[in-house]
Ligand binder design. Structure first.
Ligand SMILES: N[C@@H](CCC(=O)N[C@@H](CS)C(=O)NCC(=O)O)C(=O)O
Length: 200
């Protein structure tokens, strides 16, 4: 059974899945989706994800969309020790809390600011910057006295928040005021199997 990740190289949502596959040491094939040509809105792609978005994962008979859902699947299916998605109820809930932040404030703040700056997305730049500032202030305080977001060891929460935080400067959001966030990013980058997202 082979794993295929349909992705866009500059997409942080795609990168979080690529990063986790690599951290798990799983063999996989990257399939580049030509988003500029509208490939993600054509029937073949919509059959895999009716929302017409990357990433999509194929693992044998299983086809899944949504980056955070894919992280949950991979952690449940391919990490027998459940190190990346602990099963105890409180830690599992803490992980989910950060996955919600990844789909919420992270997407609306730093990721949106980057979409505006890099791709000219018609979004509200001031609002994205304000959302990013609030999020990074909260994240900085949260990481002041803990190494990772949801547990003493890294979990899929850290994987989910990594790319759009690390690449926030591409959207004009500086990480200079946030030393605890930068130290956390460096801890993730030091993990065996870490792969960076390309820079534009
Ligand atoms: N909730 C989705 C969001 C994915 C997403 O926003 N993908 C973007 C690229 S980063 C995309 O495919 N955009 C094209 C579109 O929405 O038409 C996830 O976590 O996978």
């Amino acid at each position: 059974m082979s794993i295929r990740l349909h992705r866009v190289a500059l997409s942080g949502h795609s990168h979080r899945v690529e990063l986790f596959l690599s951290l798990l040491g799983l063999p996989f094939t990257l399939v580049d989706v030509d988003i500029r040509a509208g490939e993600h809105k054509r029937p073949a792609f919509l059959a895999m994800n009716a929302f017409g978005q990357v990433p999509v994962l194929e693992d044998g008979e299983v086809t899944l969309a949504d980056s955070n859902a894919i992280l949950v699947y991979l952690a449940s299916r391919h990490d027998a020790g459940r190190r990346w998605l602990p099963t105890d109820p409180v830690t599992a809930a803490q992980v989910q809390r950060w996955l919600s932040v990844a789909a919420g404030e992270l997407a609306a703040g730093p990721a949106a600011a980057r979409l505006i700056r890099l791709f000219g997305a018609p979004l509200d730049a001031e609002r994205a910057a304000a959302t990013a500032a609030r999020l990074f202030g909260l994240l900085e305080a949260h990481l002041a006295d803990r190494p990772f977001l949801a547990a003493a060891t890294p979990t899929i929460a850290d994987v989910a928040l990594y790319a759009y935080t690390a690449h926030a400067p591409e959207g004009g959001i500086s990480l200079a005021p946030y030393p605890h966030i930068r130290a956390w990013l460096a801890r993730i980058e030091a993990l065996p199997g870490f792969v960076p997202m390309v820079r534009p």
